[in-house]
Design a protein around this ligand. Structure first.
Ligand SMILES: Cc1cc2nc3c(=O)[nH]c(=O)nc-3n(C[C@H](O)[C@H](O)[C@H](O)COP(=O)(O)O)c2cc1C
Length: 173
């Protein structure tokens, strides 16, 4: 009953951390005890009933620390309900179209297949030119990715609310 939900994230410039905070907030509002932590602050999953894990996407990959977390804790994650998300595509419009078919990092897909996450989401991201270095700005320009904050808080909140609902259903069942 009092078991906690872990919302673990990997970020470079903070956009994904704020998405994780929002997910944690929605879970708390739904009466769930959630802990929002950077992935590298988590070594033991035993206090957690369920895990939400998210990473920023850079050049089609998750942040190294998120990939490492998934690999290291695969066995423990497979025993719990898990939800995965990525924070990536910038620009207005449908996130799947912006992602151009990208759904999850290919090299991590076999691990995800074994963990069997309840869902894998991709959310619009935020790219702040004031935080990026010259190479990063050039790279985004090169792939014609707009800079700005495109995070869809309604989509993020709705996804988190669905997680809360699934976990409440699990308690009752
Ligand atoms: C150099 C660079 C490369 C990026 N590559 C991708 C990418 O391949 N796919 C994607 O969806 N977003 C990409 N993004 C956008 C970031 O994933 C997005 O801005 C994210 O929300 C940043 O999260 P963070 O602030 O937590 O690090 C890239 C951004 C930069 C600056």
């Amino acid at each position: 009953m009092d078991k906690k939900i872990l919302v673990a994230y990997a970020t470079k410039y903070g956009a994904t951390a704020e998405i994780a905070e929002k997910i944690g907030e929605v879970l708390c509002q739904a009466g769930l005890n959630s802990h929002v932590l950077p992935v590298n602050h988590v070594s033991d999953l035993s206090p957690y009933q369920a895990v939400v894990l998210g990473s920023a996407v850079y050049i089609g990959s998750w942040r190294k620390e998120a990939s490492k977390f998934l690999r290291t804790h695969e066995g423990e994650l497979a025993k719990r309900p898990v939800w995965l998300f990525s924070s990536g595509p910038t620009g207005e419009g449908d996130v799947e179209e912006l992602a151009q078919g990208w759904h999850f990092p290919g090299p991590l897909q076999p691990i995800a297949d074994r963990i069997q996450p309840r869902d894998i989401a991709v959310f619009h991201g935020a790219a702040d030119p004031d935080k990026m270095n010259a190479l990063e700005k050039w790279m985004l320009k090169n792939v014609k990715a707009p800079v700005g904050d495109f995070r869809d808080w309604d989509a993020i909140s709705a996804w988190a609310a669905a997680i809360a609902q699934a976990l409440h259903g699990k308690d009752q069942g």
